[in-house]
Design a protein around this ligand. Structure first.
Ligand code: PMP
Length: 439
């Protein structure tokens, strides 16, 4: 059995000086203890106890090229040697912006920031300024960062019903310290229900500035949009003068170079991207329609940030895009093949071991859950999963040398190989036995 004693000791030390002991609240939930990394390369992470893991956490998504990718490190290192940040303009900003407008179908122009949260904040601000309206429709089970104006808890179906029929949010804030007024402009709806969306948008069109949606519900079960659902969302928002924001912080550059909207052929007015774009460096962007960005050109809308467009971030974005689009984007096929193999293998192991579960996969991302259902296509069904059992599974997988997120979402990188997938499936099989035997 592996030990995690040095990680435990580090956490105790961190708690003396670092709020919560971890740098982002979510990371504190890892069992048996939040791990402390020592080093990493490719798909392998090493912790301070000397344990090695095949990594499917990938830093919660950014490491689409894996750890310490030589080409990426070389380009970012070169940029860093030249000058990290100027507070002046530099060519890297233009190059990255141009490249983004080439790969993201909806982007005539882009604005650069440092995190997905900030990109969403800007997209919402632009939408309000553009439409002169205030309210924002968002969906149950989606996540759009932790800013006060959009961060909600995941309420019960009863509360949802109340919120939906009231046409506005009666949803409690996502955290203590968030003003109870911060969500007053948010209308929270169930996702994948075209009728509910249509009724709400038609009734409140005069007040609604934007609909913001993950194109695939990656934050809750990797649930795909029903056929026609995103198209309906697009049609309605266009007809009713509402800005459609697709939040592609997870799906951007992952489902295709043009993200989910490129893959599905839906053109939002604005898109938010982050995570994979920076390859592990803080970088995000909003892309979209020229006439909306005119609000920034004319300085009617402010877009700020001391480190926006810094030389390291722009070099990182360019390096990621170069790697992902090399050889006609062949790596997307490789990543998807590996994801299909792993997701399919897990389904086979569910059957072999008589365990009820579902794996929802698209491109190099999937959600694995223990649940007594044949399929999970709605957030309410997703909520029935056995989250505690999955957390135990994730904990046992550490003993097998596989690092997965405790909530069920798996990422495949460009450097995972079939041998990693096979080793992982063997580890899962042993872990299923251990789970069943309760050891
Ligand atoms: N939007 C989505 C869809 C996300 O998944 C996330 C992060 N998980 C964010 C926004 C926020 O991004 P960040 O953590 O970089 O602020």
């Amino acid at each position: 059995m592996r030990t995690y004693e040095k990680s435990r000791a580090k956490l105790a030390e961190a708690k003396q000086v670092l709020a919560g002991g971890v740098a982002s609240t979510l990371r504190g939930s890892m069992k048996p203890t939040p791990l402390y990394a020592e080093s990493s390369s490719g798909v392998i992470v090493r912790d301070v106890d000397g344990n090695e893991y095949i990594d499917y956490l990938l830093a919660y998504g950014p490491l689409i090229l894996g750890h310490a990718h030589p080409g990426f490190n070389e380009k970012v290192g070169r940029a860093m040697a030249k000058g990290i940040s100027y507070g002046l303009q530099h060519n890297g900003e233009i190059e990255l912006a141009r490249r983004l407008t080439e790969v993201l179908p909806c982007a005539d122009k882009v604005a650069l920031s440092g995190s997905g949260t900030e990109a969403v904040m800007l997209a919402l601000r632009l939408s309000r300024a553009y439409t002169g309206k205030r309210k924002v429709v968002r969906f149950h089970g989606h996540y759009h960062g932790w800013s006060d104006s959009i961060f909600t808890s995941f309420p019960s179906p009863d509360m949802m019903q109340k919120a939906t029929s009231a046409g506005e949010s009666s949803v409690p804030p996502g955290t203590k310290g968030q003003s109870e007024f911060s969500l007053q402009d948010v209308i929270l709806l169930p996702w994948n229900e075209p009728e509910t969306l249509e009724a709400t948008l038609r009734e409140h069109a005069g007040d609604i500035a934007a609909v913001i949606s993950e194109p695939v519900m990656c934050n809750s079960g990797c649930i795909l949009p029903k056929p026609g659902y995103l198209e309906k969302m697009r049609e309605l928002t266009r007809e009713l003068g509402i800005v459609l924001i697709l939040d592609e912080v997870i799906t951007g550059f992952r489902l295709s170079p043009g993200g989910a909207h490129g893959r599905f052929g839906i053109t939002p007015d604005l898109v938010t991207v982050g995570k994979a774009l920076g390859g592990g460096i803080a970088l995000s962007a909003v892309g979209g329609r020229r006439d909306i960005f005119e609000l920034i050109d004319s300085e009617q809308v402010s877009h700020l940030g001391t480190l926006n467009g810094n030389g390291v971030a722009t070099a990182a974005g360019l390096a990621v895009l170069e790697e992902l689009t090399a050889n006609g984007g062949a790596v997307y096929g490789t990543m998807e093949d590996n994801a299909i193999k792993l997701a399919g293998g897990i389904r086979d192991l569910f059957a072999k071991r008589g365990i009820r579960g579902v794996v929802n996969q698209i491109g190099p991302v999937f959600h694995m859950m223990f649940i007594d259902e044949d399929e999970v296509t709605h957030f309410d069904t997703f909520q029935k999963r056995d989250a505690a059992k999955y957390a135990k599974f994730a904990e046992y997988m550490l003993d097998e040398g596989v690092l997965v997120r405790p909530n069920g979402l798996w990422y495949i990188s460009a450097v995972h190989e079939p041998s990693h997938i096979e080793a992982t499936l063997a580890a899962i099989d042993r872990t299923f036995v251990r789970l069943t035997e309760g050891k």
